[in-house]
Write a protein of this length. Structure first.
Length: 168
């Protein structure tokens, strides 16, 4: 038993010695036509090699239409990232993501509250630009996939999220 534990510890140390973990997240905000949407999306990931990474987003979303409704949502979204193209120091990538969403809707007109959940799968293009060896700017623009029983093509400026990532 001691040998098994020792081998497991050594394997974990060897794995961690070359690890490329990153933490960060993105914040999104949009407003217009009496509607406001605010997203906070913290993220953690692990770089598998020069072209692939895995990670997860755990985030919150607040969506409100003035005097009509307020939605508060929670998202858990594991993903697989593939780097498509290097453009000088920048990297163009795509995330394949499974998204689990849970939200609460408050109808301000009818004074009712409902809870719901959904699952989605899709891809999201992105761009990473390193500032230093450990700090990068990362942005996503839109998504294509199947969400809430609907096929979605949302590649437009209103689906823009950006943030900073720290690698260690």
């Amino acid at each position: 038993m001691k040998k098994i534990i020792l081998v497991a510890v050594l394997a974990l140390v060897a794995f961690s010695a070359n690890a490329q973990f990153y933490v960060g997240g993105q914040v999104g905000f949009s407003t217009g036509n009496n509607r406001t949407d605010f997203d906070v999306l913290p993220e953690v990931g692990y770089v598998l090699n020069e072209t692939m990474a895995v990670g997860a987003v755990v985030g919150f979303d607040l969506d409100a239409l003035k005097d009509t409704y307020t939605d508060f949502g929670f998202t858990l979204a594991p993903y697989f990232r593939y780097n498509l193209l290097e453009l000088g120091p920048a990297t163009l990538f795509v995330d394949a993501q499974l998204q689990l969403m849970f939200w609460s809707n408050k109808n301000l007109i009818a004074d009712t509250k409902t809870n719901d959940s959904s699952i989605g799968i899709g891809v999201s293009p992105g761009l990473a630009i390193p500032f230093t060896e450990n700090l990068s700017f990362v942005a996503h623009l839109g998504r294509v996939g199947y969400y809430n029983e609907t096929f979605v093509v949302g590649v437009n400026p209103s689906n823009f999220n950006a943030g900073l990532y720290y690698s260690f």
